[in-house]
Design a protein around this ligand. Structure first.
Ligand code: SF4
Length: 209
């Protein structure tokens, strides 16, 4: 999975936009991009104008940073998207949205996708009552996303219940039960459900070269 040794805030500054990689900090004045929106590095005062290839490359990198995936995984998603009938970019985004770590984040169970990935990896999350520790697991219509019983005794879970989940709007393709701390996939995500600021067309163009 994508692991960056540099501060993730540098990625926002490099891409010239907020990627919301740090959870609640992203919504405060402490956000590094709000304080210094220039590219990182000593020469990063001005942003260069990009050609077609540069724009496609940056968009591809941006989607990787947002969803926290490695190049190989993105290539795999692209291969599946090219083989799928319909709009390639829309199917790519659907696959990314259907990742279990993204669903945990979308339901408000975690502050960031990175935190959601940790929850899944550490075995705290269940799908239809069974533990699933694979962040890339693709959810299906009808899947019930919940918590392992023993996790419900953990302090962080109690805090989450106390503070209240669902502070971010939950997309229409998911149904959140705040009492039970469960979420259900009611339908597959459509293009209009994806609020991620990504131009999938540019990513498709990058891989079509
Ligand atoms: Fe990006 Fe969040 Fe860091 Fe701001 S705080 S620069 S949005 S990761």
């Amino acid at each position: 999975m994508a692991r960056y040794t540099e501060s993730v805030c540098r990625l926002c500054r490099r891409e010239g936009m907020k990627l919301y990689l740090k959870g609640s900090r992203c919504y405060t004045k402490k956000c590094a991009f709000e304080r210094r929106p220039t590219p990182p590095g000593q020469h990063g005062v001005r942003r260069r104008k990009l050609g077609d290839y540069g724009q496609q490359l940056r968009e591809k990198q941006k989607v990787r940073y947002i969803y926290g995936i490695m190049e190989e995984q993105l290539q795999k998603y692209m291969e599946e998207a090219f083989a799928h009938p319909g709009v390639t970019g829309a199917y790519l985004m659907q696959q990314l949205e259907r990742r279990l770590d993204n669903v945990v984040y979308r339901l408000g169970f975690a502050e960031s996708r990175n935190q959601a990935r940790q929850l899944v990896r550490h075995g705290h999350i269940t799908v239809n009552g069974k533990k699933v520790s694979v962040p890339s697991y693709q959810v299906k219509v009808g899947d019930l996303i919940g918590w392992k019983e023993s996790t419900k005794n953990e302090d962080f879970f109690k805090e989450l219940v106390q503070e209240g989940i669902g502070r971010r709007p939950v997309p229409a393709w998911l149904a959140l039960d705040t009492e039970k701390m469960e979420g259900r996939v009611v339908r597959l995500p459509e293009e209009e459900d994806v609020d991620t600021d990504v131009e999938s067309r540019l990513i498709v163009e990058y891989y079509s070269r």
